[in-house]
Design a protein. Structure first.
Length: 532
């Protein structure tokens, strides 16, 4: 339960600390005193949006601190700090996110406000009420549907990974194959680009190179030059016989003679090759043009083109494997969809039963709250499978059986909405949370109906903690703890009232005259009636 709540500079409340205790706890006060801010503090602790206009005039920061104590004696301390430029949350002294606060505190505190009638106009809002009323079999059906839906999503994801559209994937495969084949068929290997450009340059200047080679061959093959070299070699050989130190020179000139002979043969061979390549230049230029065409499509140079070809080949292999498995994936998706439809039908049946129970219980509560023959009906309409089921759930209401049930937003008045919300939340099991807070849920009602509302809240508070902001003395009379918010100027304070002070507050609520003796008598009678 909520053991202690401290609020500082939240709206008009300068500083307030309350220790509510178990049972029904009510907060009252004149209009405009800021009594709803105490429940606003609980909303902040639940991680809800921190509005900057909640920061009061008594400082630069609004602060909310609370201690929750479980039945086992475990404690949890939570806090929220709000300034003009940021909001911070704390859990047991450690900074945390608003989402984490919502997860932790949201399990402990459930808030029910009059404006919740808006949720009754949406399929999602009604679905949550109906799902809260599911029995054990219904919960199992809900879990089964969630599992089936997860399998369907996984199967759908697997199909999406192959592109979803088999024809599009086939077209991509054909393109990848074409690209890989085109690059492979060109027959290029790494280093070909440089070799080709060298060949083209050589072939384009073949005549000039040929003339130069021919001249070199003539000079290297000149008989007189060869005879002179031979004579020089013979002379050095004779000298080396007399001077052994000249033998290296003899070897060198002999090697030079051999090299000149080989060089002449190599030059002649090169001359013959370049003189007998009439079609080589055209072929080389064709290869250069083909490489250029590939580069325009696949890469800036030959290395990029070859890398693109490898990727295209790998992608083609990958797509082929995907297409081979596509039929299996499609079958898996079909089976998963069928399982979702079956699970959806089971969940819809469970919701239909829960909706009937919810409506019947709500009618009982509404009857206690002053309705003669109220009509509450939960309607399920089939829809496309989704994360929460295969049905759209709507709520129809009529304040009496003589009227045609219709959408809540169209047929219910403000006071009827308050009682309808309370009845539905009670019927759906709002008491699952250890702390339930009602924010002016009793607006628009009075008299005997107000007494019935107070009694229901008191019954709900048996063994647990219920907080209620109310303007009705008939509700406040049933409280186990009564707090009053009072305003003086721009400051509001909160105090607990008991005994004569509580009678004075109830008197004020009854007629606005806290000192009226007759009013005090009525207040005392009301307390006696409520058993307070």
């Amino acid at each position: 339960m909520l053991d202690e709540l401290t609020v500082s500079n939240l709206g008009l409340i300068d500083e307030a600390t309350i220790e509510p205790g178990r049972g029904l706890v009510v907060v009252t006060g004149e209009t405009g005193t800021g009594k709803t801010l105490l429940l606003g503090a609980l909303r902040l602790l639940r991680g809800e949006t921190a509005r900057k206009d909640r920061v009061g005039p008594h400082g630069v920061e609004a602060r909310v601190d609370a201690r929750f104590v479980t039945d086992d004696g475990d404690e949890m301390v939570v806090a929220r700090r709000i300034s003009a430029d940021r909001s911070r949350g704390y859990l047991d002294g450690q900074m945390t996110t608003a989402a984490d606060l919502g997860s932790r505190v949201g399990r402990l505190v459930e808030l029910v406000a009059q404006h919740e009638h808006q949720t009754l106009t949406t399929s999602e809002g009604v679905r949550k009420l109906v799902d809260a009323a599911l029995d054990a079999d219904g919960k199992a059906a809900q879990a089964g549907y969630a599992e089936a839906w997860e399998h369907l999503r996984n199967a759908q994801k697997a199909l999406e990974e192959i592109g979803g559209d088999r024809r599009a994937l086939t077209r991509e495969l054909e393109m990848a194959r074409f690209q890989a084949d085109e690059i492979r068929a060109a027959g290029f290997v790494a280093g070909d680009e440089e070799r080709l450009r060298t060949d083209v340059t050589r072939l384009r200047h073949g005549a000039e190179i040929g003339e130069s080679l021919a001249a070199a061959a003539r000079h290297l093959g000149d008989e007189e030059a060869g005879e002179a070299l031979a004579q020089a070699a013979a002379a050095i050989e004779r000298a080396s016989r007399l001077d052994p130190t000249l033998e290296p020179v003899t070897d060198q000139i002999t090697e030079a003679s051999r090299l000149v002979s080989e060089l002449g043969a190599e030059v002649s061979r090169s001359f013959e090759e370049i003189s007998h390549e009439p079609g080589s230049l055209d072929e080389a230029e064709d290869r250069i043009a083909r490489l250029g065409a590939l580069q325009r499509k696949y890469g800036a140079d030959l290395d990029e083109v070859l890398a693109f070809g490898e990727k295209a080949e790998a992608r083609a292999t990958e797509i082929e494997a995907l297409l081979d498995s596509a039929d299996d994936l499609a079958a898996q998706y079909g089976a998963a969809l069928a399982a979702v439809e079956i699970a959806g039908t089971e969940l819809s049946s469970a919701r239909q039963r829960a909706g009937e129970r919810l409506a019947a219980k709500a009618i009982e509560h509404l009857s206690d709250l002053g309705f003669a023959e109220p009509v509450v009906r939960v309607d399920l309409q089939p829809t496309e499978p989704g994360p929460t089921g295969t049905d759209r759930i709507l709520l129809a209401f009529a304040s009496t059986a003589s009227l045609e049930p219709g959408p809540v937003s169209r047929v219910a008045s403000g006071g009827e909405l308050s009682r309808l919300v309370l009845s539905l939340r009670l019927a759906a099991g709002v008491a699952d949370a250890p702390v339930i807070a009602f924010d002016e849920i009793d607006a628009g009602i009075g008299g005997a109906t107000a007494l019935a509302t107070g009694r229901k809240l008191a019954d709900l508070a048996t063994g647990r903690q219920v907080l209620a902001v109310t303007h009705l003395p008939q509700v406040a009379a049933f409280a186990d703890a009564h707090f009053v918010v009072e305003r003086v100027g721009d400051r509001a304070a909160v105090r607990r009232v008991d005994g004569e002070e509580r009678i004075a507050e109830l008197t004020r609520m009854l007629g606005g005259l806290p000192e009226s003796e007759r009013g005090r008598q009525h207040a005392a009678e009301l307390l006696d009636l409520a058993g307070g």
